[in-house]
Design a protein around this ligand. Structure first.
Ligand code: UDP
Ligand code: MG
Length: 318
């Protein structure tokens, strides 16, 4: 008898003590509607400092389908997701947030599309009225900029909530990068995909774990992980500025030859020095971003450290 479940739910959790009970009870109700599908939960405790782990353990002793990977510290959501994918064994995998902002009712639609032959079915947020205005604007801007410059666009308003066939998960697991940007990776692997729309509800309980500074850094990481355009673009900008400078130089030389030396020019000189100085600093900053990335990658540290595993037996993948 094979004990591969049909669906693996991968749930990263960081200080989620307030929502765990609601999460499991809501999932229970939803899964009762599809009794023909077997499932497992891979809950990744991402170094929570509250009672997340003990609460999870209680659930895990009652139900062996609830499996836990507990990190030694907070390694961030991307690493938690990857660890969950590595430990999952289902015929398809659904990563979900613990806070019920990824509505479980959508699972039924995901599965329907999967049965129709789609290998990736992702949730598309139609309206984000429950998010703050700034979050909506910045998120929109991020998708616009990202899709303009990235090699592989990501569908706008798509999070990590999706169903992936085992084939897709195995493809993702071949990726050796250390610093992960899962949204980029999801779209990079390709496969037959479609979107299902949903309205993103409010957090069921607890607080968001992402402040704007974290989101900003996350956006930078996402871009440097997905494209080298910010590096390449300077060849063109440089050539353009060089061409203009060349023409201006010719004009200055000509004017000096024919009309003699004219001393004024302090303002233009200062503007040029400041302008080119700042352009160079910006370029250095961008180089720095990529060098930092190379540095992190060549260190080859493990993506995360596991402190404890529960209900994951040896023949499971992790
Ligand atoms: N999360 C995590 N590690 C972190 C931050 C968040 O595992 O360092 C988890 C969190 O517990 C939740 C999911 O990632 O299950 C999404 O986080 P959150 O709801 O705070 O993000 P938002 O929905 O506000 O973007
Ligand atoms: Mg949330």
């Amino acid at each position: 008898m094979n004990n591969i479940p049909d669906i693996s739910f991968v749930v990263p959790m960081y200080n989620e003590e307030d929502v765990i009970a609601t999460f499991f009870s809501t999932m229970d109700k939803t899964l009762k509607k599809i009794p023909q599908y077997t499932y497992e939960f891979i809950c990744v405790n991402d170094g929570s400092k509250d009672k997340t782990l003990p609460i999870l353990k209680e659930y895990a002793t009652k139900d062996r389908r609830i499996k836990i990977i507990s990190f030694s510290r907070n390694f961030y959501k991307e690493q938690a997701l990857f660890a969950g994918l590595e430990a999952s064994s289902g015929r398809c995998v659904i990563p979900m947030d613990a806070d019920l902002q990824d509505p479980p009712a959508l699972i039924l639609k995901f599965i329907k599309k999967w049965q129709e032959g789609y290998e990736v079915v992702y949730g598309v947020r139609t309206e984000r009225t429950k998010d703050t205005l700034i979050k909506r604007i910045t998120a929109n801007l991020f998708y616009k900029i990202f899709n303009f410059i990235a090699d592989r666009p990501i569908p706008a308003n798509t999070g990590d909530y999706r169903l992936m066939d085992r084939k897709v998960v195995d493809a993702i697991l071949q990726i050796k990068e250390n610093k992960l940007f899962m949204k980029g990776i999801f779209s990079w692997v390709g496969f037959k995909s479609c979107g299902v729309e949903y309205q993103r509800p409010k957090r069921a309980a607890g607080k968001t774990k992402f402040n704007y500074w974290k989101l900003w850094n996350f956006a930078l990481d996402g871009i440097t992980a997905s494209t080298t355009l910010p590096l390449r673009i300077w060849t063109y900008i440089g050539s353009f500025i060089a061409a203009i400078s060349g023409l201006y130089a010719l004009y200055i030389i000509g004017r000096t030859l024919f009309m003699g030396v004219s001393v004024p020019g302090y303002a233009s000189l200062l503007v040029c020095i400041l302008f080119f100085g700042s352009v160079q600093l910006i370029v250095l900053g961008i180089f720095g971003e990529y060098i930092g990335r190379i540095f992190m990658e060549v260190k080859r540290r493990p993506r995360y450290i596991i402190d404890e595993k529960i209900n994951l037996i040896e023949h499971d993948k992790i």
